[in-house]
Design a protein around this ligand. Sequence first.
Ligand code: ATP
Ligand code: ATP
Ligand code: MG
Ligand code: MG
Lengths: 165, 165, 165, 165
Amino acid sequence: MYLKRLELLGFKSFPDKTVVKLTPGVTAVVGPNGCGKSNILDALRWVLGEQKVSLLRGSKMEEIIFNGTRDLKPLGMAEVTLVIQNNKGILPTEYSEVQITRRLFRSGESEYLLNKVPCRLKDITEMLMDTGIGAHVYSMIQQDMVDAILSDRTDDRRFLFEEAA
Amino acid sequence: MYLKRLELLGFKSFPDKTVVKLTPGVTAVVGPNGCGKSNILDALRWVLGEQKVSLLRGSKMEEIIFNGTRDLKPLGMAEVTLVIQNNKGILPTEYSEVQITRRLFRSGESEYLLNKVPCRLKDITEMLMDTGIGAHVYSMIQQDMVDAILSDRTDDRRFLFEEAA
Amino acid sequence: AKNLFLSTFEEVRKNFQQVFEELFTGGQADIRLLSEDDPLESPIEIIARPRGKKLLSITQMSGGERALTAISLLFAIYLVKPSPFCILDEIDAPLDDANIHRFLKIIKNFSDQTQFIIITHNKITMEASDNLYGITMEQPGITKVVSVRFQEDVQEGVVDTSLDR
Amino acid sequence: AKNLFLSTFEEVRKNFQQVFEELFTGGQADIRLLSEDDPLESPIEIIARPRGKKLLSITQMSGGERALTAISLLFAIYLVKPSPFCILDEIDAPLDDANIHRFLKIIKNFSDQTQFIIITHNKITMEASDNLYGITMEQPGITKVVSVRFQEDVQEGVVDTSLDR
Ligand SMILES: Nc1ncnc2c1ncn2[C@@H]1O[C@H](COP(=O)(O)OP(=O)(O)OP(=O)(O)O)[C@@H](O)[C@H]1O
Ligand SMILES: Nc1ncnc2c1ncn2[C@@H]1O[C@H](COP(=O)(O)OP(=O)(O)OP(=O)(O)O)[C@@H](O)[C@H]1O
Ligand SMILES: [Mg+2]
Ligand SMILES: [Mg+2]
């Protein structure tokens, strides 16, 4: 089972629909400062149901919607779709591909879809349970996590173990 | 006026006397992880009178004394000397070179010397006042300072301005 | 729950000792529950001693040593329940060349069962990857994703991380 | 004291706008006292907008953009009262190649009145420096300092940061 592609529309610095094809093996993502690399990680975290806005570098969830540039107006909705290849039949579905979609409107309304059918976040997390797919600390590692894990002051280390157990 | 050399003896990973010659211009310091580069910065901070143990990465001041390796025993004293070239006559002394020395013994006893003559830390800081030489935030910049300066939660940004005023 | 946590803890502990020894080419590391009779609430202590060095507190280790120690712990936990994907955002930034090679070797070993996406500015990491995505912002504020090298079409060429010159 | 602080603040502010604009090849930045009538206690706000982008909070900026913003502020303060020396410990780690060049250009400009010591793993920074110190640990736990290149004797050669292979 592996991630097949990520589709971003209206999410942070992706006003137009962008498809990021994902392949097995090791993929390096490179580019200048501020061009959008970490935003891709944020998009994956978000579509997997992340609710902590601080982990998306915002102060409110609305901030993940494309808010315009010098030349473009802000958009009213952000949508990210993750397509997972179900080649080992691990996911409880007869489809060979599973699509998870999350949408957020400026009104605050949000939607989740499984294979384009509206559902609840609960349905998605239940399907992914025990697959290892999720916004786990050990699946998405960022530079500032090093200090958090080694510090005695935060609960991050504790939390790591609880996620694995 | 510029820093001429730094002499380390018994400080962190420098059990034997080590002389680091310093020249005008831009000097790059390179080497593998853990080989002692940041320790040199710590030594300069310490000889200029740093009292905050946390800024020296320790929990008590005694930890800056060489505490041994697999093959060597710990030492009983740490000593660092900074030699400053007084070519512009900025420092209030007739010497062309000024030596600042700091020593710490395991007993906790500590000494300061100016041109090898024992003195108080106060004498050193008074001499250096208005020269710009000191353990200022903007003279010794480390990676983790970036977040501290940009964070609204710490006083570091405030403190930066107070140091400059 | 308590027994599940304890058995997971033991497994992480063995993995941690192994991964650390590989990344540090020697040395020893361990994790301990500070209060053994209350595992679910107990703080977890990390002990790390690079090869040939004496045991020091985590705070006294160098930037790169700390990063490698945190990475060892994260991989130790990952090994308990490998996730199908793992995204690393500039984790290689504090590492020297030799440590980057060791880090990439471990990732290669895990990459048959896990898709790795490594955001990086480092040339060694780029060279070692199977696939390469270039991210740019030709129009300010708008991210563009370009596939630079895919496993099927290995092209040689100089990759300039500052694609915006 | 209040007037000294206010005039220093104004000077830092002008410097910050200038340095930011140079490091970001455009864009705008500012600092503001949140409570103007109580300057000595007031929090200081940082506002930064890279070229072509819309104003975002500091937390939404990328890792490299944040580093450059903090560096701009540190240099803005340094310019008020330039210190004879400045040590930078791996400040270039989150920067892409083009930004490292801009950062080094500013340092070169200041290097006639300030001695810069840059601890780095980055090849571009090493190449650009006047002098180069190699630090190694042939015997574990014991630092050895080797002068690799001094301004008087410019040698060409490949510098391997992992001198311990
Ligand atoms: N809601 C939003 N609307 C539009 N643009 C946004 C939004 N949120 C973030 N951005 C843009 O994303 C940029 C940051 O992108 P990102 O953090 O992915 O950079 P990066 O490629 O990881 O860079 P670095 O190498 O410095 O880490 C910001 O500068 C901003 O322009
Ligand atoms: N009191 C001490 N006695 C002996 N050795 C010490 C002492 N304190 C620190 N060290 C040694 O110094 C090392 C850290 O050195 P330092 O932080 O200077 O590394 P560095 O060259 O900056 O590495 P990096 O590139 O990873 O930042 C520790 O691993 C430890 O071996
Ligand atoms: Mg980033
Ligand atoms: Mg260091």
